[in-house]
Design a protein around this ligand. Structure first.
Ligand code: NIG
Ligand code: FE
Length: 409
């Protein structure tokens, strides 16, 4: 038997679909986990809904999608942050064996249960803001067993919380101590052994690489992409964050899902990302802010080229210690110059595409997931406007209203 039909009426809708339109007096029909119909309430098809929710004129958007996080980690790096405040750079800390490697030591020591317990509050914070889809990367294990441990925790979080988790293998985050001076060999081991093994365990939805002079070269990233493609796995890249190495142009040739960071990219990268079907440009303004970086991604050029711009939290213990996608939206508007409409599309429609989920998430459309947020706002402009204030009213995931322990209605 079909699951019952639910009607969500008397809403203002920001569907975040290709039309870019808004619906002043809208309604949604959902059946089970899917949206069955969306449009003007006046055009509602004749149907008997088992449940009717009057949203009292509130704004509704697709549920938010955080398409770039490293939220599974152990401990934190506040002491490094304090060092950076005294003027030591992120690269200097990394080269001295801190940075990502400091988190690697902590993750290797942590049990799966401890990793889960430390990561769960960060995920809960994202969900409280209306996120129902989150990407979680590995990259602090850097052995087969420890990368598997991180990815299993990510999957476990997806089972324990009302959220869709997409996992990304980021074993190529930095060269682990065991492979010091042998980065090519490390990439070969990931490509030939780890990726196939983790894929067989169902732990990998995509592969990522940190392409940077403190991490991996374009040639090494390309080697990994070829291996991923041979196995039918989607690829993503951390590119042009601290220098311009050419990772974005290579990733565009490999039809990557996304190129992330992009501070040091320029006209050539903008053109490549603006081509049809090109990778999504994922902007990570919290990392820019916390690193006190001085280069911004070329937003005007990306926009002029027609690139799809996504915005993500980058939640990680080093460059972006935060678990607030709404704060990332605020920073994307104020620091990077996105319009409020672009910021909203960046955490919905375009974020879905950055995860290969464009067909089913990130828009209010018939056939899409019945994941949406009802907001306590007078306009969607408020979503990238408040700082440290959460205007979420109700989150609907897979057609069900989520309940928070402090929620009364
Ligand atoms: O996206 N750039 C590389 N990875 C992270 C930082 C990870 C860390 O410092 O632990 C990022 O900014
Ligand atoms: Fe990152």
């Amino acid at each position: 038997m079909d699951p019952p039909l639910k009607l969500w009426r008397n809403a203002q809708l920001a569907p975040c679909d290709a039309s870019g339109g808004r619906i002043a007096r809208g309604a949604l029909l959902t059946r089970g986990a899917r949206i069955e119909w969306v449009g003007e309430e006046a055009a509602l098809p004749a149907a008997t809904a088992a449940e009717v929710h009057d949203l009292a004129g509130a704004w509704v958007t697709p549920a938010l999608i955080d398409c770039h996080t490293h939220l599974v980690f152990a401990g934190n790096r506040a002491p490094e942050y304090a060092e950076r405040l005294r003027g030591v750079s992120y690269e200097q800390i990394a080269r001295a064996g801190g940075g990502i490697l400091a988190s690697v030591r902590a993750v290797r020591e942590a049990s799966e249960a401890q990793l889960f317990a430390e990561s769960a509050p960060r995920l809960a914070a994202l969900l409280a803001e209306g996120v129902t889809t989150v990407e979680i990367k590995s990259g602090y294990g850097l052995t087969l067993a420890d990368e598997a441990k991180m990815l299993r925790v990510a999957r476990e979080l997806g089972r324990a919380f009302p959220v869709t988790v997409r996992t990304t293998l980021l074993a190529a985050h930095t060269v682990p101590p065991e492979y010091r001076g042998r980065a090519d060999e490390y990439i070969e081991v990931i490509a030939r052994e780890w990726l196939p093994a983790l894929l067989a365990e169902g732990l990998v939805d995509a592969v990522d690489v940190f392409c940077e002079n403190i991490a991996f070269s374009v040639a090494q990233a390309q080697r990994l992409f070829s291996a991923a493609r041979a196995l039918g796995v989607a690829v993503k890249i951390h590119a042009e964050q601290l220098t311009n190495l050419g990772g974005t142009l290579m990733a565009a040739r490999h039809a990557a899902l996304s190129c992330d960071h992009l501070e040091y990219s320029g006209p050539a990268e903008a053109a490549a990302l603006g081509a049809s079907g090109a990778p999504v440009a994922v902007l990570l303004p919290v990392a820019f802010y916390c690193l006190a970086a001085d280069r911004k991604p070329p937003v005007a050029a990306l926009r002029a080229a027609g690139a799809a711009l996504a915005v993500a939290s980058d939640c990680n213990p080093g460059s972006a210690p935060g678990a607030s996608l709404l704060t990332a939206m605020s920073m994307a508007t104020r620091l990077f110059g996105l319009t409020s409409e672009e910021a909203l599309l960046g955490v919905t429609r375009h974020a879905a595409r950055a995860l290969g989920l464009a067909a089913e998430r990130g828009t209010l459309a018939a056939g899409a997931a019945a994941d949406f947020v009802v907001w306590n706002v007078r306009s969607p402009d408020e979503l990238g406007y408040w700082i440290g204030f959460n205007p979420r009213r109700t989150v609907v995931r897979a057609g069900e209203v989520l309940r928070w322990s402090n929620q009364t209605s």
